[in-house]
Design a protein around this ligand. Structure first.
Ligand SMILES: [Zn+2]
Length: 465
């Protein structure tokens, strides 16, 4: 058995790992790599293996940095099954099509420039047809119910408490009479977050692939969310400004809307309009309604009492490009939530170009921004940023709200990992983190008695056992 790390190795995007057991090639996640444009383009288009050689994919959750390159895989010859929880499958139906729209817009934008400069035109990374093709390969699995995915490979999903449908994956491997249990966190959620269940302990394993996004940090408590939101909204109302929120289309948006709904219901904060600007504009309510299996007790009680527990009726969905553009002329204070999360494409870009130079506006960051993304430059408050080929002065206020994070911080990760039997757990592989965060988490794990922690490089391969 061999395990090879292809993505999210010393970085936070493009989650993808290859597992070879009994000659079968099982891919764990197939995420979109985000970063510098040319590098991202190359990396996402050219797989380090033959896509047709992949027998099956096991997908941890619907976030694009974990699922977003599945349409490329399908476009280049993959014909196997994609195993995911049923909530992940349903979310991917929206998110992969949404991502394909973004890819097409991106290519169209590049081609306008290429045509002017007499350069060859590029094709989008993938199209809506490729996304639909990938979606046909999905099945929908239940939590806590083992299922075979290849000869000698049985998978069990546990709730990761990260986004709707997110799974911690346990792989029971059997090759030539040797058994190995491998755990893969995908993204590890946090205890006591609203809506979702707490991350479940996956049981003891021999090897663990552990995410490390916030491996060196400690989140502020959830109680700060209300104070920060109140401040941001009050300032938008006082100054007649807009609040621009770069968001993953599904996931963080619901947490934010849930928090706003609570705030509007229980305090006197002015109820400003909230626009969700996404090309598909699918009302996520339906998917949230369908998947009661993912909720904590408190949310289930709320669903029984309130027919709109998440406050989705407050959202205005923006479907057409015209509507989207007309939002920029809107003179009222409002909040605009638009894809994509790291500001690397999508409708968020034209909202930023229209708002970034006005100090009355606020850019509210609620997700992780990877190195070299526009989102990261905004978080670092670079005085000038380049958006779609033009320079803009960053004059808007930038507020970073990490307490919304759906990723465990160092203390939460340590508390999760401390449940494992240290004698049985032979090795922990840290993935999905920038190197400084990984080194801090590695030191903390070693301090807690986990002696063999590795930070694999891209392409590095390990024999199991
Ligand atoms: Zn995630």
């Amino acid at each position: 058995m061999k395990l090879q790390f292809w993505g999210a190795a010393r970085t936070v995007t493009g989650s993808m790992h290859s597992l070879n057991v009994n000659g079968s090639h099982v891919l764990l996640d197939c995420g979109l790599f985000q970063g510098k444009r040319t590098e991202a383009f190359e990396r996402n288009r050219n797989f380090p293996f033959e896509p047709a050689s992949v027998d099956t994919v096991v997908l941890s959750h619907a976030h694009i940095d974990h699922s977003g390159n599945l349409p490329s895989l399908a476009r280049h010859g993959f014909e196997g099954e994609i195993h995911a929880t049923s909530a992940t499958r349903d979310l991917c139906k929206i998110m992969l099509q949404d991502s394909a729209h973004i890819q097409s817009l991106d290519a169209a934008h590049l081609n306008k420039k290429n045509a002017r400069r007499n350069r060859p035109l590029v094709e989008p990374l993938y199209t809506v047809d490729d996304a639909l093709h990938a979606i046909e390969h999905f099945d929908g699995e239940k939590y806590l119910t083992p299922f075979p995915v290849a000869d000698g490979v049985t998978v069990t999903f546990h709730d990761a408490g990260h986004i709707l449908g997110s799974a911690l994956t346990v792989l029971d491997l059997l090759e030539n009479g040797t058994t190995v249990r491998l755990g893969f966190t995908g993204d590890l959620g946090r205890p006591n977050l609203p809506i979702l269940k707490d991350p479940e302990f996956m049981g003891d394993v021999d090897y663990l692939i552990l995410e490390s996004t916030y491996g060196g940090r400690f989140h502020k408590p959830m109680s700060e969310v209300n104070a920060t939101l109140t401040r941001v909204i009050q300032s938008a109302v006082n100054e007649n400004g807009k609040i621009i929120v770069p968001a993953f289309s599904v996931g963080r948006t619901q947490d934010l809307v849930y928090a706003l709904h609570n705030l509007f219901e229980t305090t006197s904060v002015p109820q400003i309009p909230i626009y969700v600007d996404s090309p598909l504009s699918v009302d996520a309510t339906e998917i949230f309604r369908l998947h009661h299996e993912c909720y904590d007790r408190e949310t289930l009680d709320l669903i029984n009492k309130d027919d709109d527990p998440f406050g989705f009726h407050r959202l205005h969905y923006v479907r057409s490009v015209e509507e989207s553009k007309s939002l920029n002329k809107n003179k009222e204070p409002c909040m605009i939530i638009a894809a994509s999360g790291m500001c690397e494409g999508g409708r968020i870009l034209h909202h930023l170009t229209n708002s970034i130079e006005d100090p009355r506006n606020t850019i509210l960051v609620v997700g992780y921004m990877a190195e070299n993304t526009l989102g990261k430059k905004i978080v670092m408050r670079e005085p000038e940023v380049r958006i779609m080929g033009n320079e803009y002065r960053l004059k808007a206020d930038v507020i970073v709200m990490n307490s919304f994070s759906a990723h465990a911080d160092q203390a939460e990760t340590l508390s999760y990992v401390s449940q494992f039997d240290r004698k049985r757990l032979k090795r922990v592989f840290l993935v999905h983190g920038d190197l400084d965060q990984q080194q801090k988490l590695s030191a903390a794990l070693e301090g807690a008695g986990f002696s063999s922690v590795m930070i694999p490089e891209r392409g590095q391969e390990f024999d199991l056992p």
